[in-house]
Unconditional design. Structure first.
Length: 401
């Protein structure tokens, strides 16, 4: 039995390294995003030429799957490397605001990356910032921080959180600016209500990421396939079909993440069937079982219990076949799901907080009940995501982890 299971883990007639198709992988080459990388280099050039003279702030804007995260991470890596060559001690920190959704968690993340020695408990955000500032000053270090999905952070923690982050990092001694920022958002609407003293300079530094065309997605998939698959398992026609499905010029969303997930899922179907090649039929099957709104990144950004609660929501909606289900029904299902996955259910107030976080992520919608319900209750619905497909994705993700 042991050898049989071990053999299954080690062999694959399809994949060389399937992780090369996952959302968190950043390849060395990013086709069709050279212009955006150059724009970042131009805007942050001053940090290397005159360290400490200003705090630079840049906004990256684009829909899901347009390369925003990959470009910022790749730029951060290259920026660090070039800074070292020029004798500037600079560190890049990438913060996922789905996971680190408060000022405290953001500063903790920065402190952890720097190994600045911040205690796990007992410090306020302002005290944490003081520790980080002292660490930077003593080591003559500069910091570039990316706040990814900053729109989620603002929805979760309020409009003041961005003001607080910038204000406390700009309270520098002797005018020495050690913090610069990249803010990643799906649109500019989240910045409209912020203090103009913050946004006035930022709005001049906006880099747009348009959706990918079918030819651009073809190039992305072609490059990634060379890293992910064994030789000879993938025909050009398979890549062409996925590019046709997803390219913005062909009526798709222009979402490269969705395209990569279709390719990965098609490969998994071929592997499960024991085939030697990925076929067009595998792509069609992958498209049927995948929804463009549900991405691995979206699920990854939720905590484990938020995933379990979302699974409970999907199951309740799938069972009831109604557009909305009451929170009480979901809470009961959540406790069943927790037992199934070996987790201790959280208390009512914590479950309610999870629900708000999932709503803020844009996955669900909530409203107060009206006629036809006894008393007042919160009704929950999914935002354009089929319940059964979401349930399948969540179970698959939880098993894989």
């Amino acid at each position: 039995m042991y050898e049989m299971i071990k053999d299954e883990f080690e062999k694959s007639g399809i994949f060389k390294d399937e992780s090369k198709l996952f959302p968190d992988y950043v390849p060395e080459r990013l086709p069709h995003r050279e212009e955006q990388l150059r724009a970042l280099a131009r805007l942050f050039r001053v940090i290397l030429k005159s360290p400490g003279i200003i705090s630079q702030k840049v906004i990256i804007v684009g829909n899901v799957g347009t390369g925003k995260t990959a470009v910022s991470k790749r730029f951060g890596y290259l920026f660090e490397k070039i800074a070292r060559e020029k004798g500037v001690n600079l560190k890049y920190v990438h913060v996922n605001c789905h996971k680190d959704r408060t000022l405290f968690l953001i500063l903790k993340r920065i402190g952890d990356v720097l190994s600045a020695g911040i205690p796990k408990r007992g410090l306020s955000p302002y005290e944490m910032m003081h520790v980080i500032k002292e660490y930077l000053r003593k080591n003559n270090m500069y910091l570039l921080v990316t706040l990814d999905e900053v729109n989620f952070l603002i929805r979760s923690s309020g409009e003041d959180v961005l003001y607080d982050i910038i204000r406390i990092t700009e309270e520098e001694e002797e005018g020495e600016h050690r913090f610069s920022y990249i803010f990643i958002s799906r649109d500019l609407s989240v910045f409209e209500f912020l203090d103009r003293s913050i946004t006035s300079s930022m709005m001049h530094n906006v880099i747009k990421f348009p959706p990918y065309t079918s030819s651009q997605i073809f190039d992305i998939l072609f490059e990634r396939a060379k890293e992910a698959f064994l030789p000879g398992v993938l025909d050009i026609e398979v890549i062409k079909l996925i590019a046709e499905i997803t390219g913005v010029d062909k009526g798709g969303s222009g979402d490269a993440r969705y395209a990569l997930e279709l390719l990965w899922r098609a490969g998994k179907y071929a592997e499960q069937e024991g085939k030697e090649k990925i076929t067009l039929e595998h792509v069609r099957k992958a498209k049927q079982d995948t929804h463009p709104i549900i991405s691995m990144e979206l699920i990854e950004g939720l905590s484990r219990h938020e995933k379990l609660l979302l699974l409970a929501i999907a199951r309740c909606l799938a069972k009831s076949e109604k557009a909305m289900v009451p929170f009480g029904m979901v809470e009961k299902e959540y406790r069943i799901v927790c037992e199934e996955w070996g987790e201790r259910p959280r208390r009512h107030t914590q479950i309610w907080e999870y629900l708000q976080n999932i709503r803020n992520a844009g996955i669900i919608a909530t409203e107060i009940s009206g006629v036809g319900y006894r008393g007042k209750t919160t009704l929950i619905s999914l935002q354009d995501v089929p319940a059964k497909i979401l349930e399948k994705h969540l179970v698959e993700y939880l098993r894989r982890r």
